[in-house]
Design a protein around this ligand. Structure first.
Ligand code: PXL
Length: 448
């Protein structure tokens, strides 16, 4: 259980909204105590309303009375009266408090009143188990300009003097570091600082990552990880949220704390569904008769696949044993090249197609296919030498040609070329739909 005491961001990229998304993605329950309401979009904050003190206090007291957090995260506090209330109520709180010392928004608007700053340092920092300033905030808190490692350690020692137990200085905004980003956890003097260096992502300015980071630290601490592990885990989590930022307005990008949760759950569903369908295929009598010499693969992709890694297939392909088939039944992302390539090309024309299998091409099979499904085809002899010479580009080109002729195709075939086996590729929205088509083809094929 985690509590956040922070400001609301109407654009939902930072503040309370980012915190709650992060807690939820981490699987921890979050409660939300709102200090301020901001009217903002991805370009600016146009207005700030500070929640009246009495009401703010009631939120905190009422929630704490009943719901006991393992960790509390503090973000924007804004005013002196809110700072006093937080200090008075939390001064005897025994569990870890994570303080994200938010002073300004990315657009430069103040998120801590000028005359609240000294009080914030005096009353809030000593409450913190860990404080997570970026370079600018570390400079403000320590009154040191930071331009190298030595300055950073001096700034950290000044912040220790203010009463923090652990300090994480985030280096993401360091303009002198063009290729790398370094975050550092400073602990007791006797413990070597823990540095984490990442390659700098080539994306423009992003909103919300500071909140995602401190909320992730709070979540990992609440799960029982120590500060060093929580730092490492939160760091790689934020790297993913940043890498998958979205453009939701016309200004800065917004980081995506839910990305990994959705991605992992979608990938898990894809693996399970494909695995089940491969098992069904294994038991399908006579399927071996449809396997081409170059073997078969059966693939299934996440929604809107970008590359091979978004498409699961059968490791080592499915083999014809003459009386049945053999499949290693190991399903992995990124294992099939040919059938995945065909699917990637097909989704450009019909984004609902997410599964595919390749089978033999002979006149009997083609006749059955033409009778039962919307088919299209291409001739490999029409492709130019330029395309032939680039590995994988023949399939992409051919599938493109076939879908240009018949945008609703469910099945595409080609007659092969010198050294290239003729092939049929059966598409479907999911593996079950593909299996159904295989069943229909097989029924006719075996009966005739
Ligand atoms: O990213 C810092 C931050 C925190 N909380 C709120 C904010 C911002 C930045 O704009 O608006 C409410």
């Amino acid at each position: 259980m985690v509590m956040t005491i922070a400001g609301s961001d109407s654009s939902a990229g930072a503040g309370i909204q980012a915190d709650l998304k992060t807690f939820s993605a981490m699987g921890v329950y979050g409660t939300t105590i709102i200090t301020t309401l901001t009217a903002q979009n991805t370009r600016t904050i146009s207005d700030i309303l500070v929640v009246p003190s009495k009401f703010f206090r009631n939120q905190l007291v009422t929630t704490l009375e009943d719901i006991k957090p393992d960790v509390i995260k503090i973000g924007v506090l804004y005013s002196k009266s809110i700072i006093s209330i937080v200090k008075n109520i939390l001064k005897n709180f025994k569990n870890p408090i994570v303080v994200d010392p938010v002073l300004h928004s990315g657009t430069g608007i103040k998120l801590l009143d000028d005359d609240s700053f000294e009080q914030f340092k005096r009353e809030i920092i000593p409450l913190s188990y860990v404080i997570t300033p970026n370079l600018k905030e570390a400079e403000f808190l320590s009154k040191f300009r930071i331009s190298n490692w030595h300055d950073m350690t001096r700034a950290a020692s000044e912040i220790f003097k203010l009463g923090a137990s652990n300090i994480i200085i985030k280096g993401g905004h360091d303009p002198t570091q063009e290729t790398n980003v370094m975050d550092v956890l400073f602990r007791d003097k006797n413990i070597e600082p823990q540095k984490i260096v990442h390659e700098r992502l080539k994306i423009s300015e992003t909103h919300g990552t500071g909140c995602n980071f401190s909320a992730a630290i709070a979540s990992f601490l609440a799960k029982g990880y120590n500060i060093s592990e929580s730092f490492r885990l939160a760091n790689s989590y934020v790297y993913e949220t940043l890498k998958n930022s979205n453009k939701i307005g016309n200004g800065v990008l917004v980081s995506n704390p839910l990305y990994l949760m959705y991605d992992n759950s979608e990938k898990f569903k894809v693996l399970v569904e494909l695995q089940n369908s491969v098992s069904i295929l294994e038991r399908m009598t006579n399927f071996f008769k449809l396997i081409p010499e170059t073997k078969t693969n059966f693939v299934y992709s996440v929604e809107k696949p970008q590359n091979f890694d978004d498409i699961a297939g059968v490791l080592g392909r499915i083999t014809n044993l003459g009386i049945n088939i053999r499949t290693p039944n190991v399903i992995q992302f990124g294992t099939s090249l040919h059938v995945s390539n065909a699917l990637l090309a097909a989704t450009k024309f019909n984004s609902l197609l997410r599964s595919a299998i390749n089978i033999r091409n002979n006149p009997g099979i083609i006749k059955i296919c033409e009778n039962n499904f919307r088919c299209s085809s291409y001739s490999r002899s029409k492709e130019t030498g330029e395309i032939k010479n680039i590995e994988g580009s023949s399939i992409k080109w051919g599938i493109g040609e076939a879908f240009k002729q018949e945008p609703h195709a469910e099945l595409v075939y080609h007659e092969g070329d010198f050294g290239k086996e003729p092939m049929v590729i059966v598409f479907g929205r999911n593996p079950k739909e593909v299996l159904e088509k295989i069943r229909i083809i097989l029924q006719d094929y075996v009966n005739n």
